[in-house]
Design a protein around this ligand. Structure first.
Ligand code: SF4
Ligand code: SF4
Length: 225
């Protein structure tokens, strides 16, 4: 049984969501959602026994994606939907913060790819790593999982929670390497789900910190900066 993590969830979310100006009630809702994600993630992870991080990621992905899809469907129905479309990829040139659960899901996806795709991504991770670690200037840095020709995410089904919450209503304001003005609710859902995943990871004695996607992939793949 999980300890009472509500105060911890609240303090993590106060930090994560400080840019969005949420009132107390909205913050409470975010905390409630994070704990819902934690409960499902823990239940699934316990049932699995091993592969806990991947199980946590699967549960967080399920709840976050359902909530975000519902919101985006409602926005589209009211004519206020996002401008996001396949091939639009400025947001894939920003740093992405991930948990061990996100990475576990990406590694499982990578293991299912052909040698050619896997080696190509490993090469791109190794090339991006010095920029992501600060050894070389970062500038606008394409995500190693971005298909450079199509401008689409190669790992779309396994993309991190942070990417699932990124939507904008105006692609012209999305500039590679700049700041993307995103829809607030999907961001709140994605960040709350990530906090829920972190709580579940911690309960399983796993690494619950957030890291840069490229650095985390570099470590997981044994790339050299
Ligand atoms: S967030 Fe911006 S760059 Fe990313 S897909 Fe949407 S409109 Fe395009
Ligand atoms: S994981 Fe996919 S969606 Fe996320 S930044 Fe990389 S290419 Fe874009």
């Amino acid at each position: 049984m999980a300890s009472d993590q509500r105060p911890l969830a609240r303090s993590l979310l106060e930090r994560e969501l400080e840019d969005f100006g949420l009132d107390d009630e909205e913050l409470d809702e975010a905390v409630g959602f994070a704990l819902e994600v934690r409960d499902l993630a823990q239940g699934v992870a316990e049932a699995r026994g091993d592969g806990a991080a991947k199980a946590v990621a699967g549960a967080a992905r399920l709840l976050a994606t359902n909530a975000i899809d519902e919101e985006i469907r409602a926005d589209r129905a009211s004519g206020d939907g996002p401008a996001c479309a396949p091939g639009c990829s400025a947001c894939c040139h920003l740093p992405v913060s991930v948990t061990a659960a996100d990475v576990a899901l990406l590694l499982a996806w990578l293991a299912q790819q052909t040698d050619e795709v896997r080696e190509d991504i490993e090469r791109r991770v190794a090339a991006a790593l010095p920029h992501a670690t600060g050894a070389r200037p970062r500038g606008p840095l394409a995500c190693p999982l971005l298909d450079p020709d199509a401008g689409t995410c190669l790992a779309y089904e396994a993309r991190p929670l942070a990417c699932r919450g990124c939507f904008s209503d105006d692609a012209s304001r999305c500039v590679p390497g700049g700041t993307i003005t995103t829809f607030v609710l999907p961001q709140v859902v994605a960040r709350s789900a990530a906090v829920g995943a972190r709580l579940a990871l911690a309960e399983h004695g796993l690494d619950s910190d957030c890291r840069d996607l490229i650095v985390a992939l570099g470590d997981a793949l044994g790339s050299r900066a």
